[in-house]
Write a protein that binds this ligand. Sequence first.
Ligand SMILES: Nc1ncnc2c1ncn2[C@@H]1O[C@H](COP(=O)(O)OP(=O)(O)OP(=O)(O)O)[C@@H](O)[C@H]1O
Ligand SMILES: [Mg+2]
Length: 470
Amino acid sequence: MFGGQMLNWSRASVRARRTLATGAVAALVCITISVLCLILVGSRETDMAQDRATAGWDRVEPLIKMGRLPAVLPDRKDGGFQAIQVVDARGRVVAATRQLVGKPPMAVFRPVSADVREARMLCPPAGLKGCMTVVSYRVHQPDGIWMIDVAVPRVPWYGNSTALLLAIGATVLITTMVAAGTYRVVSKAMGSVHAIRTELAKIASTGLDRRVPVPSEDEEIKLLAETANDTLDRLEGAYQLRRFASDASHDLRCPITAMRAELEEALMYPEDTDWPKTAEMVLTGVDRLQAIVTDLMTLAQLDAGAPLDRRPTDLGRLVGAELACRTYRVEIVEDLGRNVFVDCDRLGITRLLTNLVHNAERHAASQITVIVRADGPMAILEVIDDGAGIAPEHREMVFDRFTRLKASRDRDSGGTGLGLAIAREIAQAHEGTLTIKDSERGARFVLCLPVCRSFPAADPYCPAGSLTGP
Ligand SMILES: Nc1ncnc2c1ncn2[C@@H]1O[C@H](COP(=O)(O)OP(=O)(O)OP(=O)(O)O)[C@@H](O)[C@H]1O
Ligand SMILES: [Mg+2]
């Protein structure tokens, strides 16, 4: 629980950290670009303000030269703000725009001798309100130097408020979008990582047969999941090999120990020993050893992918012929469809069938039913008995090597526990499946093999060659 909370927090914090970091970088980039743009706008606005000031000088300077300067200068035609004062050589205001009539000179500075004009920011210029840029122009007159002072509104560094609002809006929008996108992407990736971690935890506590989910997107996480699954494959293989080796040595050791004890006791009391009976018991042990070694060799061949001797075969006929070979302790009910052809290794399929029928015979109460039928592209072989059946939770386990359920071990039915493992490998080597399905009573083993559709036209019934139905 605590671990889960820690994990949730660390996941959330990874998400939050990534989102914050990316958002901060996006904000920084946007702010830098915005500031640069605003400085550009500001400098253009300043240039335009200077132009407006020069336009004011343009308006007034000819009037001075012509001696037709009115005491009240007209306002700008476009209605924009512009305050102008004309100061004569004696420092008196001789003309001004309306807002400066009767006011003292607004500029307290004068261009240094070399310059015709000089601009300064005054907060406020005399007679006006707020900060203004005041440009002072020098005009040469017969009685000395007159000044034309033009005040225009101060231009802030960002140019104007519209540009500032646009820049702020764009910065907030882009930063939010980048942060939200990052949050979504990281959340998705973290979700996949969480699913993989959860599955790995389950694998650690339950078994190596599970695999972690592989996401369809997120290439890196997909690779991580695939690598984890490959590692699990190899781990499971190594684990099964180890279990197989220890099971095999245990199963080989049991009959050897029993035979050895039997022989030692016989040699200790040779006169009291019933030698034929001893030989019979030792022979039983040898038979068991032989059965195990044969099964192990078969499995080794199947594991090594030994080539199958596959030939088109009428499955119904093959099964019928095999069932007819011997008598059974219980009744055999056959429902063997004909012309259900499969491309199979007959020895292998016979071996699979024998194991299923022997198992069924061991566990059946009174009857075994064997069915062969076609189902679309598949040939189906079913072996059903009326015994105790196999519980759903054991239906996969019985296909593991050396697995014998408790009932079989208690009964000491003499099996090695390799039969079903071999049978399933044979089915898979034929691109088929062998599973246990539900049934009303007893166990129902179902073999599915792909139907064989093509076989030599000249010998359409070649599978029947050496086989005869019951
Ligand atoms: N028809 C069945 N009904 C009930 N249990 C079965 C049936 N078939 C198999 N089993 C269970 O599955 C186990 C594994 O079967 P499998 O054929 O692999 O081994 P075996 O029959 O014990 O030995 P082997 O076939 O190697 O001689 C059996 O020991 C038994 O417990
Ligand atoms: Mg068996």
